[in-house]
Design a protein. Structure first.
Length: 241
């Protein structure tokens, strides 16, 4: 898995923190890691973006950003409003492929969901994943409403012939409600793919040292971690079955 594309079922689902957890866990396993942010929006030129946040939490990763736009909008819209050139899927694929020649693992973090548009032609992160022949990791929220958006994302990936690596819950609450507990069984069912991790709510607020020490316990062995989906379900959802 030299390149792994990471998308969300929407915005604010914990995608950047999950990317950091995957990076930290791979580093702990002795792998060299690069993080590519396809299009950064809503950040000024002098502000750290998502890739920098991944590096702050995860440790010594190579970071790259293709373009950034000041307004917190979809990349195509933000580029148009800023009067700047948009990002195209082939640029994302070329940048990731180059990084893959120098690193064991390249994490390509999208913006928002899978079909958020990069350019006026309708290019998306899914198109970049296809060009790369890369698996896609989907970050989903824990609670009510996640089944619909997760299944839609999984179906779109399969319609495009893309490999859905699995699902990671981006922010698992300290006190999960009934919907969240039931979703531990239902998410892999609707996605047709395994749960590969669950990152606790507030993980991004940990110190970098604590984050790096904890990250392998949040992710499954396929992502170099030790997290066990069935043990987690039994512990967290005993009253949801």
């Amino acid at each position: 898995m030299p390149v792994l594309v990471i998308t969300g079922t929407g915005t604010e689902v914990g995608k950047t923190v999950v990317t950091a957890a995957v990076a930290a866990t791979a580093l702990a396993a002795g792998r060299s890691v690069a993080v590519l942010k396809a299009a950064q929006t809503g950040v000024r030129p002098d502000e750290p973006g998502d890739a920098a946040e991944v590096a702050r939490l995860a440790g010594p990763v190579t970071t790259a950003e293709i373009a950034r736009y000041p307004e917190p909008l979809a990349p195509a819209t933000a580029a148009r409003r800023a009067g700047r050139a948009p990002v195209h899927p082939h640029e994302v694929a070329e940048a990731a492929a180059k990084l893959a020649t120098e690193h064991d693992l390249v994490l390509v973090e999208g913006a928002g969901g899978l079909l958020v548009r990069f350019d006026a032609a309708g290019g998306t992160l899914a198109d970049a994943a296809r060009l790369l022949s890369a698996p896609v990791l989907v970050v989903a929220p824990a609670g009510l409403g996640t089944l619909n958006t997760t299944e839609l994302t999984a179906r779109e990936l399969r319609c495009r012939g893309l490999d859905l690596a699995g699902i990671v819950i981006g922010s698992w609450p300290a006190v999960p409600d009934l919907a969240a507990r039931c979703n531990l069984a239902d998410l892999p069912d609707v996605a047709g793919a395994p749960l590969l991790g669950s990152v606790p709510a507030g993980a991004g607020g940990l110190s970098p040292a604590d984050f790096r020490a904890s990250a392998p316990h949040w992710l499954a062995p396929r992502l170099d971690g030790t997290w066990d989906a069935e043990a987690f379900r039994v512990r967290e959802a005993p009253r949801a079955s």
